[in-house]
Design a protein around this ligand. Sequence first.
Ligand code: HMG
Length: 391
Amino acid sequence: STAATAVGIHDLSFATTEFVLPHTALAEHNGTPVGKYHVGIGQRSMSVPAADEDIVTLGAAAAAPVVARHGADGIRTLVFATESSIDQAKAAGVYVHSLLGLPSATRVVELKQACYGATAALQFALGLIHRDPSQKVLVVASDVSRYELDSPGEATQGAAAVAMLVTADPALVRIEEPSGLFTADVMDFWRPNYRDAALVDGQESIGAYLQAVRGTWKDYGEQGGRPLEAFSAFCYHQPFTRMAYKAHRHLLNSAGYDTDEAAVQGALGLTTAYNEVIGNSYTASVYLGLAALLDQAEDLGGRAVGFLSYGSGSVAEFFAGTVAPGYRAHLRTAQHRAAVERRRPIGYARYRELHGASLPTDGGDHPSPEETTGPFRLAGINGHKRRYEKR
Ligand code: HMG
């Protein structure tokens, strides 16, 4: 391997849940003007998992088309990034490995640092491929975002999984060095092990995100990164889509540029289409932004895209990718639109029921209700063991 080997994202596929709750239903329940959601935070609906869906079923559903297209040959590592982990010891990726029938000669591990985890997984993958360009790494980022009912965070829930095949000579995006890095010990958002729903200080979390944007951009410049003008678009972590706009304006200001709203719209406008109807998918969010950009843009071949990955707590990374010429032949635009459109709308009462349900902890035999029409389901839990099945 040489430092000149181009490495990056060869394939990208996402999956989301069985159900969807429109923000109009939440607004009606809360007595909130729906404009606060549609315009103020830039969210129209949120993906809601069925009782037999979780990060494993979503992750497997995202990754199955990737394995179907490329085969399992050469995949020697599966990295599963999540912050809605289902087990303190076993990696969720081991279930996905099994559901996808990957060879036993595979290393599987789970990575965590809030929403930043998938970018850590991507960087880990790039390092492995630099070491041996014949290998491929399957990165799966899967999350279910849950806040307390009737809390300000509730409107920013969502769920989705992204699978990326990371290889040498990638068909979609070549990931470049350097990266701009930033870490600060802040309590803006966290979830202690004994809680199902995250705790968050909303305004503090926005400030912490902006501080991280400034920090990564400064480091990126000091590491010899590209100038701002070099980028055709920017994919930000999108806890809600207006956050990308706040972040980009902040980046422009801290880099000494005026915020020309037309230019901001031009740089971000195509990246929000999936996130605004899916909601916060935590680790997957920034890569759903990439999917939306690639699926909708005119030819971006040879153009540079900036990525800003933020995870509360907090760790952030800014890096650049160059879109590979000819990438459009490798997209999954129809599959992605179908994943969004196949979701069944539910009303507020049903959403509340699903939100309140928790898995039994008594070690008994508890089959899950059959709800999902997706390719994988959580069949039940028995003796504290989760049982998954392919439908
Ligand atoms: P809030 O306090 O209910 O809302 O919660 P607000 O009062 O700040 O209003 C939001 C915006 O809507 C404001 O616009 C209002 O003016 C506007 P802004 O001032 O920001 O430009 N507005 C309206 N617009 C049009 N018509 C109306 C109307 N009314 C108000 N009628 C908050 C908002 C995001 C804080 C809340 O949803 C929350 O706590 N969310 C969860 C935390 C979060 O997403 N933080 C983002 C940064 S941290 C992050 O990204 C990491 C994370 O993904 C986790 C991880 O890393 O693991 C969360």
